[in-house]
Ligand binder design. Structure first.
Ligand SMILES: C=C(CC[C@@H](C)[C@H]1CC[C@H]2C3=CC[C@H]4[C@H](C)[C@@H](O)CC[C@]4(C)[C@H]3CC[C@]12C)C(C)C
Ligand SMILES: C[S@@+](CC[C@H](N)C(=O)[O-])C[C@H]1O[C@@H](n2cnc3c(N)ncnc32)[C@H](O)[C@@H]1O
Length: 359
């Protein structure tokens, strides 16, 4: 090979590698680099075992008998996925409708701001984020509304990530993060001016338990908005394809059984809320929320190769490859759920805690 051919081959290889790693990934808002992928609070050598335990618990979600164990497995799930989510999706762990002419990042922020706009809170108000993740929505909401946000998550690794991001964004005075279970919150009765949850209460085995807790900590007259993961009116329990898609979503997302959209308002009323509004935000004219998942397919292949190489080199924990494979498959079930219309991750419900029990 003469030197010109060698030079051209090397340039092509370098260009290809740059394109594969940098250009294909540039649409994502990176909070992480591939070399930093971990199993959250799980020790590196235990990640694979923990993944196996998670998988055998959630493989058949409908058969989960001991609901008391669900929060602990949800915690394990977030140890396993938090870095991959941040790396491949961003700091907001939820979907949003696509908006023509706007980036995913802008569409995400608009979806988050809509939640706090519905709460009608004033700057300085104290609001609760039930299931806050690493705080993407919390920071957008605090910056947009001027409210003080208190987030709760069951996963300690997420608390550390969220606190780090809050500080970096200069929002640590306005945003507080607490590690705890939203089924038994460490907050006083009547202590919040508003509350929201974004794609988080779907992890609760009994919705009434989390809604009951949110009701308890809200001041009388305060509002609560939630974006719920539910099956829609198009879901047919007797259709094996529908069942396969929903079970695929449940087991890849640590869900102890998806609820039907009709159940949400029932539960809200049962715990004492007044239901003000309910709407599936995925319905037209909204643009599909799943296009972002579908568009990412080539990047997922690149990610899989990268993770496999990093695990092989001993840089990433071995189990991360299995977790990534599970997410890969889950992305497909979520897309099918969206395309068939049998599932939505954004069934919005707006509720009020009455001024007094008799109102
Ligand atoms: C609300 C929940 C999480 C919703 C989404 C944020 C995540 C659901 C599925 C996740 C992903 C699937 C495929 C991954 C891909 C294979 C990887 O290379 C990069 C990350 C993914 C895109 C990942 C990102 C987050 C999700 C879209 C649930 C849990 C209630
Ligand atoms: C899909 S993430 C959404 C996070 C955040 N709302 C966002 O949109 O970025 C779900 C969140 O709910 C939290 N969660 C699930 N079950 C919980 C529980 N029992 N108590 C507290 N947090 C819980 C998880 O730890 C995670 O932070």
């Amino acid at each position: 090979m003469d030197s010109l051919t060698l030079f051209c081959t090397a340039s092509l290889l370098a260009g290809g590698l740059y394109w594969f790693i940098c250009i294909l990934g540039s649409a994502e808002q990176k909070g992480k680099r591939a070399v930093q992928l971990s199993g959250g609070s799980i020790a590196k050598e235990k990640v694979q075992d923990k993944y196996k335990q998670y998988w055998s618990f959630f493989r058949r979600p409908k058969e989960i008998e001991t609901t008391e164990r669900v929060p602990a497995f949800v915690d394990t799930f977030y140890n396993l996925v938090t870095d991959i989510y941040e790396w491949g999706w961003g700091q907001s762990f939820h979907f949003s409708p696509s908006i023509p002419g706007k980036s995913h990042r802008e569409a995400t922020r608009i979806h988050e701001e809509m939640a706090v706009d519905l709460l009608n809170v004033k700057p300085g108000a104290r609001i609760l984020d039930a299931g806050c993740g690493v705080g993407g929505p919390m920071r957008a909401i605090a910056a947009h509304s001027g409210a003080n946000v208190v987030g709760i998550t069951i996963n300690e690794y997420q608390v550390n990530r969220a606190q780090m991001h809050n500080k970096k964004a200069g929002l640590d005075k306005q945003c507080e993060v607490v590690c705890g279970n939203f089924l038994q919150m460490p907050f006083d009765d009547n202590s919040f001016d508003g509350a929201y949850s974004i794609e988080a209460t779907c992890h609760a085995p009994k919705l009434e338990e989390v809604y009951g807790e949110i009701y308890r900590v809200l001041k009388p007259g305060a509002l609560y908005v939630s974006y719920e993961w539910v099956t829609t009116e198009l879901y047919r329990g007797e259709d094996p394809e529908h069942v396969e898609v929903i079970q695929g979503i449940e087991r890849g997302d640590a869900l102890p059984g998806l609820r039907n959209y009709k159940d949400i308002a029932e539960v809200a009323k049962k715990v004492g809320f007044e239901v003000i509004k309910e709407k599936d935000l995925a319905k037209p004219p909204a643009q599909p929320w799943w296009t972002r998942l579908k568009m990412g397919r080539i990047a997922y292949w690149r990610n899989h190769i990268l993770i496999t190489v990093l695990a092989w080199l001993g840089i990433a924990p071995k189990g991360v490859v299995d977790v990534h494979e599970m997410l890969f498959v889950t992305a497909d079930y979520l897309t099918r759920g969206g395309e068939t219309g049998i599932f939505t991750p954004m069934h919005m419900i707006l509720c009020r805690k009455p001024e007094s029990k008799s109102d």
